[in-house]
Design a protein around this ligand. Structure first.
Ligand code: ATP
Length: 357
């Protein structure tokens, strides 16, 4: 039998007046897991995180942390630590004072608090910065102090609200590895809100994709990439985003014809209802460039962009397709490109429900 989950959400609902912000959210998080909540702006991910912290009152459902029901328990009694993008450091306090603040509130003796701060500073590499003020720190260092303040309380869970949004791209990449390594070292349980699917995919064990207040799909990062349950998840996970082309299943049910000029039949890996209207998902990295004679699709090239390691090709017509080629390519704007795709790489969604079929 598996151990008791560290966080358990059953049937969580949240209304802001007439607005239904969270709808029947069910989520179980085992101890030690790193969970990312992702979704577009306004999908409810911050509301869910804030509800866990006790900063929002839920309208229905049951919320448990370490087996205890938290409905109605005030934030300071939940034993969880929030880490925000704004860091929320006290500007008039040194790093050490910022670190020990929560312990002093709990009347932990001064010497003991100092020792705890030194221990945490060692864990996250702040030893030499203990006497600095927040204004004397870089963005990454401030983020680390914010983490340190959370760690020193040994909380039952870490709740991150877009903690890296204020950092530049290179530092974000660095900090995401640092946060994940720290999570592992501490054996922590973490819930991490982000709108950045790359951050979610690279950091989390379990990704929860939200949309309009509901959980659209949840699973391991690669299961969401491999088998998205809906067009929405398919378009959200993966970069550059999946191409979507309307089409219809052929009379024998074993192939599909895309609504693109000159498109040949694309074999399907399983049978579908003949004649069904569908939307076919083609990941840019799964489209293969082949001889025009052997191609499933022949399309004009409008844009070629290369980063050195990858080449991005955009095709003309409606819809435009993006193709990613590893390394360099001789493809040129103005010429035609031949594309093929393996049957097992196709994602097929019902045109109306947009669910995977
Ligand atoms: P973002 O990435 O933009 O922060 P989010 O997914 O975190 O988005 P939430 O902040 O959870 O979104 O908001 C979810 C929905 O609830 C939004 O439509 C928002 O307008 C609404 N909402 C949030 N707080 C309130 C409030 N206090 N009163 C009314 N509506 C609210």
């Amino acid at each position: 039998m598996s151990a008791q989950p560290q966080i358990e959400l059953v049937g969580i609902d949240k209304h802001y007046g007439a607005f239904h912000a969270l709808k029947d959210i069910n989520l179980t998080i085992p101890k030690g897991q790193f969970v990312a909540l992702v979704g577009p702006s306004g999908c409810g991910k911050s509301t869910l995180l804030r509800s866990l912290a006790g900063l929002e009152t839920i309208s229905g459902g049951t919320m448990k942390i370490a087996g205890e029901v938290m409905n109605g328990v005030p934030p300071r009694k939940r034993d969880v630590a929030m880490v925000f993008q704004s860091y929320a450091l006290y500007p008039h306090m040194t790093v050490e004072q910022n670190l020990t603040y929560s312990l002093r509130l709990k009347h932990v003796p001064r010497e003991e608090a100092k020792r705890a701060a030194e221990e945490v500073a060692k864990t996250i590499g702040l030893q030499n910065l203990m006497h600095r003020y927040p204004r004397e720190l870089s963005g990454g260092q401030r983020q680390r102090v914010a983490m340190g303040r959370a760690i020193i309380r040994s909380p039952k869970a870490f709740l991150f609200d877009e903690p890296l949004s204020n950092l530049d791209a290179a530092l974000r990449v660095h900090m995401r590895k640092e946060i994940r390594a720290l999570h592992d070292r501490l054996g922590a349980t973490s819930v991490y809100v982000t709108h950045d699917q790359i951050e979610a995919m690279t950091m989390a064990d379990h990704v929860v994709v939200m949309r309009d207040g509901v959980i659209e799909q949840q699973g391991s990062p690669l299961s969401l990439y491999d088998t998205p349950a809906s067009r929405f998840v398919a378009g959200f996970i993966g970069s550059p985003a999946m191409n979507f082309v309307p089409g219809s299943v052929d009379a024998d049910g074993t192939s599909v014809t895309l609504d693109l000029p000159g498109a040949k039949r694309l074999a399907l890996s399983g049978r579908r209802d003949p004649g069904r209207k569908v939307v076919v998902g083609l990941r840019p990295e799964h489209l293969e460039v082949v001889d025009i004679a052997e191609a499933h699709l022949v399309l004009p090239v409008t844009v070629v962009e290369s980063t050195g390691s990858l080449t991005y090709v955009t095709t003309g017509g409606t819809p435009e397709l993006t193709v990613v080629i590893t390394g360099r390519s001789t493809v040129q704007a103005g010429s035609d490109i031949g594309l093929a795709i393996a049957p097992e790489r196709l994602h097929v969604f019902d045109a109306e429900t947009e669910k995977a079929i």
